[in-house]
Design a protein around this ligand. Structure first.
Ligand code: ZN
Length: 152
């Protein structure tokens, strides 16, 4: 599970103003990949029999795993919830005063007998800095558009 941070009405704005910023990737469909003869399954529910699936990645959106998003929001001194909205200036101020080291988390692995095997990957400092940079980038754009930032 992950949380997406973006600008209010971002998809519409990009579609209408700068569709060239949308990153499109086209993959061959699983129905082709897993067929014995490499043929498209005519009633495939993923590709509708086309044989390929397209993904679009919009600018000014960032996806962060739930646990990392919680760590990030808490480190920024904001109140965590799984969805919310915020003024971009609040994000910009929070990013400015928050060092990446505050978001850093050690990874760990535990396999005590009788307990589930746990692996946490932690948050590396470069990853933490990239979260801050991407949030600031989104917030600056939101401020220009006079829109709020949403996450869900
Ligand atoms: Zn298919």
């Amino acid at each position: 599970m992950s949380i997406t941070f973006t600008i209010n009405d971002n998809k519409n704005f990009i579609d209408n103003n700068c569709p060239e910023l949308i990153h499109r990737e086209v993959y061959s469909c699983q129905c082709v990949d897993f067929s014995e003869n490499g043929e498209v399954h005519p009633t495939c529910s993923l590709c509708d029999g086309i044989g390929s699936v397209a993904y679009e990645e919009y600018p000014f959106e960032v996806n962060i795993a739930n646990a990392n998003a919680r760590t990030l929001i808490n480190a920024l001194g904001l109140t965590f919830d799984y969805c919310g909205e915020i003024d971009p200036r609040t994000i910009l101020k929070a990013v400015k005063r928050t060092p990446a080291a505050l978001i850093e988390r050690e990874g760990y692995e535990s396999h005590n007998e009788g307990e589930p095997h746990m692996i946490a990957f932690g948050i590396h400092e470069d990853q933490a800095q990239s979260y801050l940079d991407r949030l600031a980038y989104i917030a600056q754009e939101a401020e220009k558009r006079e829109e709020r930032i949403y996450w869900s």
